[in-house]
Design a protein around this ligand. Structure first.
Ligand SMILES: [Zn+2]
Length: 674
């Protein structure tokens, strides 16, 4: 018999359990939902050993820091006492109990939702997430690592909440309810946006997406901001499916038919009612009519053409993804329904057997997690600027195909079909099939000399992979990637390599659509500091390693190239190209156009796999071995940013300063009066 050890046995816990709302406080006071609205958030354990500094009051952890300053209380504002989640009483009780009146619970709750959202992204991406760096006015060091996203639970006294790309912070507001009728909610009650799971998850997703695609807050076409809004809603929505009690309850209530109105397909109920709507702030599968009756949404391609406001336009994409989810879910439960119904597939009336509810809930949770993973992975296959919903569809289909060659459950078809029903296609494809939607492998079209050069670049990228593959410290990951881009410490950076190797290369211009020729000056591209070459920026160098369900593994390096050019318009016509610095001096007709290209390299075959381009140069002219401006893109961006966007924004009232340069200071405000 082993002797008892005199050393106490201790193991670092994997999770910290924290009590919180599945939705928001309003569902805790409704009889039907009171029992399911309080859930346990299982959050990755953080303590003194946590990378990036010890876990402490606030809460302050590796990824987020909650700062509870309320500028509207007292003369100069006030700091509320900070919650200490390591306090033994709080720890032993799985955190503070949900409470609308306890600011320390608010702090705990925003921390829990933020961490849950981060965990879901990291699971899908298979790598740590990084916040968008802070931009500095320093040529040598123009980016600074941002370790923590700051969350202010009580920053505003208004019905609003937003992620601020400038402050690297989420600011939540609180306000007095003014419901449509007093039966829906008590008029005059305080409503806290920080207590809504959906609003928090939405805002944290904006922040994560900003880290992955920092140029997506620049509205160069109607889809860009709408994509940000849609993605934020998609994550919040599918996170509902990770709370087992909620899922089972809603499956039982709808008898497994998730087409019906359910809490799972709604977002931000309490805030929606408090600003005078009948139901939730946004509804993915249906809406409440003026009479307060719920009607299912019918997809109509005309909506996509006629809905410019980002939140409303975004909801078209949310609906498309939700419909794909429903199709996949129905496919997965067919056999269960047949078994439960003695073969007919039509269930008897009355309540479902609890065993069936459990099995249906399992299938719904698996499908939801699958959809979320597909959507998140697609982000690596999107262009670095000027994204459209159609680009996202192509990215989604290609990313999934690369990992799961055989689409035997028809998941990709489900997406293609639900996007088609809403008129969402990528530009320039003739037929809508999986094959035509897939991005083309660009490697083969290149001349041998360029293939060799790209081979050298790929070798370098393999070196990069070696130095980051086992790196778990986020700051080290950031700094190493920076060094591989900009050079230093004995490394010739990627930027320098691309510049010298492809100087004046037609083939590289064809591949990327960006200006690398000797006449770059004529295109209004600014000079690269200290050299006689055109400026371009490398964004977000990253390693993406994934394993598919059949064991297919892919090792890829991804980065974005971005280039800007200055153009001047007069009377709606292009007058000429001048470097952006000069264009800024002519604020009335000067304009900056962004182009870019995402390059995906396959490290196993040492080849360039995809070049996903938003070209500044006209591709047909490049085929003729001349380079001409992509006038269509330039004019479209100009028209959109100077005419259509201000109009779309003025329709919804107050907005955030849409200038001709498209300089949105705070583009992600959640709510808008209408
Ligand atoms: Zn938003």
């Amino acid at each position: 018999m082993p002797r008892p050890s005199d050393k106490p046995s201790r193991e670092r816990p994997a999770h910290r359990k924290l009590r919180g709302y599945a939705f928001d406080p309003s569902l805790s006071v409704a009889i039907e939902t009171a029992d399911i609205n309080e859930v346990l958030y299982k959050i990755r354990w953080e303590d003194d050993e946590t990378q990036g500094g010890p876990f402490g009051p606030g809460p302050t952890g590796e990824y987020v820091e909650v700062i509870d300053f309320d500028p509207t209380v007292g003369k100069n504002g006030t700091f509320y006492a900070r919650v200490d989640l390591n306090d033994p009483y709080i720890l032993a009780n799985d955190g503070l109990p949900p409470s609308e009146s306890n600011p320390q619970f608010h702090q705990q709750f925003v921390y829990a939702v933020a961490m849950l959202t981060i965990q879901n992204f990291e699971r899908a991406l298979g790598r740590p997430i990084l916040w968008a760096p802070r931009l500095l006015d320093d040529r040598k060091k123009y980016e600074e690592y941002v370790p923590r996203l700051r969350i202010y639970p009580h920053a505003l006294r208004e019905a609003n909440a937003y992620y601020s790309p400038l402050k690297k912070a989420i600011l939540c507001g609180y306000f007095t309810a003014s419901p449509r009728t007093s039966a829906l909610q008590m008029p005059g009650a305080q409503v806290f946006s920080c207590l809504s799971h959906d609003i928090l998850a939405h805002e944290v997703t904006h922040a994560i997406l900003d880290g992955l695609h920092p140029k997506y807050n620049r509205p160069t076409n109607p889809d860009v901001l709408a994509f940000h809004e849609a993605f934020a809603d998609i994550v919040a929505l599918f996170q509902h499916f990770t709370f087992p009690e909620v899922l089972k309850h809603q499956i039982a209530r709808t008898r497994g038919d998730l087409d019906k109105q359910s809490l799972l397909g709604e977002l931000a109920q309490q805030v929606g009612v408090a600003i005078g709507k009948y139901g939730s702030l946004r509804e993915a599968i249906g809406t409440h009519s003026k009479e307060g009756v719920w009607v299912p949404a019918v997809p109509d391609p005309a909506d996509y053409l006629a809905t410019p406001e980002p939140h409303n336009r975004g909801s078209i994409l949310v609906a498309a993804v939700f419909e794909a989810f429903l199709t996949m879910y129905k496919g997965r439960i067919k056999d269960l329904l047949r078994i439960a119904s003695g073969g007919s597939g039509i269930l008897n009336e009355g309540e479902l057997h609890p065993d069936l509810v459990n099995r249906l809930a399992d299938e719904a949770a698996t499908t939801a997690s699958h959809v979320l993973t597909m959507c998140v992975r697609a982000l690596d296959y999107c262009p670095p600027v000027d994204v459209t919903f159609g680009d996202f569809l192509s990215a989604l289909i290609t990313a999934d195909h690369d990992l799961v060659a055989d689409d035997r459950h028809h998941y990709r078809l489900a997406f293609i079909d639900s996007f088609r029903r809403r008129g969402i296609y990528p530009q320039g494809i003739r037929t809508l099939s999986e094959e035509s939607l897939r991005l083309r492998n660009e490697w083969r079209n290149l001349p041998a000399a360029e293939q060799n050069l790209l081979g050298i670049i790929t070798e370098f990228l393999r070196e990069y992979r070696g130095s980051v593959i086992y790196e778990t410290d986020r700051q080290a990951l950031f700094e190493t990637s920076r060094r591989y881009i900009a050079g230093g410490q004995g490394i010739q950076g990627l930027h320098e390599r691309l510049k010298t190797k492809f100087d004046g290369s037609f083939a590289f211009e064809k591949l990327t659509g960006l200006v690398y020729n000797r006449d770059w000056n004529d295109f209004g591209v600014p000079a690269l500091h200290g050299t006689s070459g055109p400026t371009f920026q490398i964004l977000n160098l990253r390693l993406a390693s994934r394993v598919g369900p059949d064991g297919i593994q892919s090792n890829q390096i991804v980065f974005g190239l971005v280039q800007r050019m200055g153009v001047v318009f007069k009377d709606g016509k292009l007058k000429g190209c001048y470097a952006p610095g000069l264009v800024k001096k002519r604020p009335h007709n000067g304009f900056e156009v962004h182009g870019g290209c995402t390059l995906i390299f396959d490290l196993d075959t040492l080849t360039l796999k995809y070049a996903i381009s938003k070209p500044l140069l006209d591709s047909e002219s490049l085929d003729r071995d001349v380079h001409e401006l992509n006038l269509e893109r330039v004019e479209r961006q100009y028209r959109y940013q100077t005419e259509e966007l201000p109009l779309a924004m003025s329709e919804v009232g107050r907005y955030f300063g849409a200038g001709t340069g498209g300089a949105f200071d705070e583009p992600f405000a959640l709510l808008h009066p209408n």
